[in-house]
Design a protein around this ligand. Sequence first.
Ligand code: IMP
Ligand code: MG
Length: 184
Amino acid sequence: MPAPTLHPDLESILVTEAQILNRVQELGRRLKEIYGNEEFTVISIMNGAILFTADLLRQVDNAIRLDCIRTTSYGSTTESHGTPKVIHGLTLDVTGRHVLIVDDILDTGKTLSLIAGMVRGMKPASVRVCVLLDKKGRRQVPFEADLVGFEIPDRFVVGYGLDFAERYRNLPSIGVLKPERQKA
Ligand code: IMP
Ligand code: MG
């Protein structure tokens, strides 16, 4: 892996590319322990979870059905505002299926409690939630994920799918934006 260089808009790196890769492999092994050889349906929350989902799913050889959901976004701020809404829902039927919801980060908990509640209403066989990052200290509604990549402090982070105003999703590691870059 190439020597990590700090992107000029980042103040620091919180999780390196190598740490992500290693943890994603561990999470893949965890999924195998949980699901064995059973089929399951992954619901990935766009856009943030796209990179994590792509890497995680390649760690398991199960039959997987993949669907994506889109929720309203932050816009160009670093603060969650109001109640999230689903603006593009499921295409697959999940009734009687094992469902794994995948998101980039668990912050206030509003997005995942909305989506988990919606999925549970569809009478699946089981529902689990996997997030790459967990900002435990920020919860506004009680919500715990079944699988967590990394617990991180209350800092606004970008990279590996996470954005600020739709930018920085392509950075391979997860870092803290410089304060002067946290303006749209
Ligand atoms: P929640 O509904 O407050 O838990 O927020 C979940 C969504 O907010 C995540 O799926 C992210 O898209 C976004 N989010 C929360 N914290 C951050 C962050 O530090 N950087 C980038 N996006 C974030
Ligand atoms: Mg998101």
